[in-house]
Write a protein that binds this ligand. Structure first.
Ligand SMILES: Nc1ncnc2c1ncn2[C@@H]1O[C@H](COP(=O)(O)OP(=O)(O)OP(=O)(O)O)[C@@H](O)[C@H]1O
Ligand SMILES: [Mg+2]
Length: 365
């Protein structure tokens, strides 16, 4: 159901934001399309990784990383195996899943959000109880899950955070994925998956062991691991582009972002994450948080908002210091010590980091 509102959506779906790109790709795409797909696997990959089409349309990159990773993910969706995107937090699993669904089917909204409280109805179907009581079980009283709708319409369904879902509920997916059918015993019917149906799931590496996938379910997925950016340059590229995109979509006032400031945020995050300085000469303690690329993007975007509204219109160390502090210091005691040590032994000594060191000292008091 869509409740219409006079204001533009804060966060439109991928297929809305990139409708023009998708339409241009559809026109340009002469390769064979798997049943039910709007684009060929080749065009889906171009949509995800970005390119310039012959007619001049710019396709912006949605996922920045190895082409092969994306190709394997897209190819999987064209087979009878489901796709599991696995990785540590902030490696763009959710983002890639949304854009894959948008490109394959023009619809990324058939979504099950996995939590400890996710019940079987979210994967199978539920009932409209008023109707059920009044009329008994009927097609009209049945409330299909996103998975059931995806099967009926031959589209991909998305399951977020699969391993947070209790194991017995996860098992409901086994029949769906192996038999490609969802029985409705109450009505003596079943929903058979139309061609084009598949499942794109995401799971967090750190959650492993929470509700591990059963081997029966795991076999039905092809797992694609999304890596953390390999080098500072890769990560800097991701952060710079995403910050620019976000600034545009949030309509933040233009702030000349100094690349040096963004590089510093990325460097601090990487050094703390990896437990060593970038030049490899000194060990550093790691804090409890993940300090993902996604968090680096938030710190810089938050800094830009501060600079635009309260600063002198340029991103300065003081604008990112508070954001870095709150990302790093999750636990005031143990992380606080780690951060102090980093500031005193690494940041303080580094050439050109004097202002940054001072700004961070002020925040951490
Ligand atoms: N390789 C990348 N390419 C493009 N954007 C990226 C990349 N890595 C991280 N990002 C950015 O990080 C943001 C967060 O990613 P996303 O929420 O998809 O991560 P996730 O892996 O699902 O994390 P979580 O495990 O916390 O759910 C994305 O919206 C994107 O801006
Ligand atoms: Mg996610």
């Amino acid at each position: 159901m869509t409740v219409s509102s006079p204001a533009p959506a804060l966060r439109p779906h991928a297929e809305q934001s990139f409708a023009e790109e998708l339409a241009a790709l559809e026109r340009a795409d002469s390769r064979p399309r798997p049943p039910g797909w709007r684009l060929s696997p080749w065009a889906v990959t171009q949509y995800i990784l970005g390119t310039t089409l012959q007619d001049g349309t710019e396709i912006a990159p949605k996922y920045i990383g190895a082409r092969r990773v994306v190709e394997v993910a897209v190819a999987t969706l064209a087979t009878d195996r489901a796709l599991l995107l696995l990785g540590v937090p902030g490696t763009a699993k959710t983002r890639l899943s949304e854009h894959l669904a948008a490109a394959v089917a023009g619809d990324s909204t058939l979504l099950v959000q996995g939590t400890a409280g996710t019940a079987e109805e979210a994967i199978r179907y539920g009932w409209n109880y008023a109707r059920l009581l009044a009329e008994g079980p009927s097609q009209a009283a049945l409330v299909p899950s996103p998975v059931m709708t995806a099967m009926a319409e031959g589209r991909p369904a998305r399951v977020e955070e699969l391993t947070r879902i209790p194991s017995d509920v996860q098992d409901a997916l086994i029949t769906v994925l192996s038999e490609k059918t969802l029985p409705v015993p109450e009505l003596g019917t079943e929903v058979q998956a139309a061609r084009g149906f598949n499942v794109i799931a995401t799971a967090n590496d750190r959650d492993r062991g929470v509700n591990d996938l059963s081997s029966a379910l795991r076999r039905r997925f092809n797992t694609v691991v999304l890596p953390v950016p390999a080098t500072v340059a890769d990560e800097l590229d991701i952060v710079t582009r995403r910050v620019a995109d976000l600034g545009r979509s949030l309509e933040l006032p233009e702030v000349p972002t100094s690349l040096a400031e963004i590089r510093r945020v990325v460097t601090v995050f990487r050094e703390l994450r990896e437990g060593a300085t970038a030049d490899g000469t000194a060990k550093v303690k790691s804090p409890s948080g993940t300090l993902s690329t996604a968090e680096a993007i938030s710190v810089v975007t938050g800094g830009i908002a501060l600079a635009a509204h309260f600063g002198d219109g340029t991103l300065r160390p003081a604008d990112v210091a508070a954001g870095i502090h709150s990302a790093v210091v999750r636990d005031p005691v143990s992380d606080g010590v780690v951060w102090q040590e980093y500031l005193e032994t690494v940041a303080r000594e580094r050439e050109g980091w004097e202002d940054f060191y001072r700004a961070c000292r002020e925040v951490s008091g």
